[in-house]
Design a protein around this ligand. Structure first.
Ligand code: DLL
Length: 431
């Protein structure tokens, strides 16, 4: 462990620490951010109303739109000149969301990312191959800072140039691969085409995240790359990567670093907090961030928490695998579907490569979901065989997620490959 004392702190001590830090952080936000002050005043709450952690439920939420409305610097709680770094979301529509870090924030980020990498199995002295994009996206530089803080040798690859990624993975002998799971799959596939057996290289662990993925995809990546793969979670608005990480020992839910964040699950409709173990939307409050303190940030990520003890000895609550964002959930003929559920049904299907894309179209008043899958190079490609596969996949999707979809079996290489966050859904309904 990178910080054994913090990571194994008894839960009662953690709660006391959270309460103390919460008061300080909320006061800092209230004093220094006009929008937060206005929201608190409208809700008739003040920082000194926080006498227990449960009192936080009376406080207003922060949403992505608050960041957009305050574009670019309006939610910062410190003067702009105190910021050492800015990052921003890609923002497919409208304004990007801008986040900033003071020196202390960058220090905290490096510490929590070092914890995260150690949790995933990295050790000081390991080579960390970082295939997350460097730039405004927090993945590249976030992982980079943590790997250096842990005492690893970082290879700052960024995304893309996949053949070169494979060559350097082999030549440098990295122990840890950091990437999105979809890009890790792309790397594995390109390696196989190049005749390079990654499973036979020194690579031991993969720390994958930044997008939803599934348990079957984990097992597939582990087999292809000869590693243990863990899930890491984070979001720019809160920090970037380094908010939560699975341990390589249990691989069963992501320890959320509770000495720096407070996690709640709320019902996305009523917005009321849900009891431990129930599924809902993850809401995060930062406890120690200087530049961008967040009070009850609605992540839109759907998951549940578990406070049962973990085999690794870490006491921090576990955030179970995020199936997807509630704003990315598809509603197909009344059935709720996350793309990661489609993935779970497809990966490992005989004769199929683990690549897929969902295309949404409209027929009259009905939505049609077409799942593009890809046959493996050795699977027969004649029309009859493809039709049989399509029918079998359709049956499996119907039984696993309850939706009848059109299945389109494509030739090898035809489904687009990812170099970062995979785009799983192509929505042609509006066109
Ligand atoms: O994706 C930070 C990150 C970088 C995490 C590298 C892990 C590794 P954003 O670009 O702000 O930040 O996107 C955050 O991505 O709210 C989730 O919807 C999704 N996401 C991140 N990690 C996971 C994960 C980075 N492990 C948004 N599982 C989040 C599912 C994830 N979704």
């Amino acid at each position: 462990m990178f910080d054994r004392e913090a990571e194994t702190m008894p839960r009662r001590d953690l709660a006391a620490l959270q309460l103390a830090r919460l008061g300080t952080s909320v006061t800092h936000a209230y004093r220094n951010v006009a929008q937060i002050r206005a929201k608190f005043d409208a809700a008739r709450v003040r920082p000194d109303d926080l006498n227990t952690l449960a009192d936080l439920a009376r406080f207003p939420f922060t949403e992505k739109s608050d960041l957009r409305d305050a574009y670019p610097f309006g939610l910062f709680a410190v003067p702009r000149a105190k910021l050492l770094r800015l990052h921003a979301s890609s923002g497919t529509t409208g304004r990007p969301t801008v986040v900033g870090y003071t020196r202390a924030d960058l220090d905290l980020w490096a510490d929590l990312m070092a914890r995260t990498l150690a949790c995933a199995g990295a050790r000081p002295g390991d080579i960390v191959h970082n295939a997350h994009g460097y730039g405004l996206f927090t993945g590249g530089l976030g992982v980079h800072g943590g790997a250096e803080r842990l005492g690893c040798t970082v290879v700052p690859m960024s995304g893309g140039g996949t053949k070169r990624q494979v060559t350097l993975l082999r030549d440098f002998g990295a122990a840890i691969l950091c990437a999105t799971p979809s890009y890790a799959l792309n790397i594995a596939e390109v390696a196989a085409r190049m005749g390079i057996d990654i499973a036979g290289l020194p690579l031991r662990h993969g720390a994958f995240g930044a997008e939803p993925w599934s348990e079957p995809m984990r097992r597939d990546l582990e087999a292809r790359l000869g590693i243990t793969a863990v899930d890491i979670y984070g979001l720019s608005e809160i920090l970037g990567p380094g908010v939560a990480a699975e341990c390589h020992t249990a691989q069963n839910g992501l320890h959320g670093w509770e000495d720096h964040f407070l996690f709640e699950i709320v019902d996305p409709q009523s917005l009321r907090p849900l009891p431990m173990g129930e599924t809902g939307e993850l809401v995060i409050t930062t406890l120690t961030k200087e530049a961008l303190p967040m009070v009850r940030y609605r992540t839109r990520d759907v998951t549940r928490l578990s406070d049962t003890p973990c085999a690794c000895g870490r006491t921090h609550v576990r955030i179970m695998r995020v199936a997807g964002r509630n704003d990315d959930m598809l509603i197909i003929r009344g059935v709720n579907v996350y793309p990661s559920q489609v993935e779970a049904a497809l990966v490992g299907f005989p004769g199929l490569a683990p690549h897929y894309r969902i295309v949404l179209t409209r027929e009259g008043s009905l939505d049609v979901m077409t799942v593009e899958v890809e046959r493996t190079p050795d699977a027969p490609g004649d029309a009859a065989a493809c039709a049989r596969t399509a029918k079998d996949v359709q049956g499996r999707l119907k039984s696993m997620i309850g939706v009848t979809c059109v299945v389109d079996v494509r030739t090898p290489g035809e489904v687009p490959r990812s170099q970062g966050k995979a785009v799983r859904v192509k929505d042609e309904r509006a066109a």
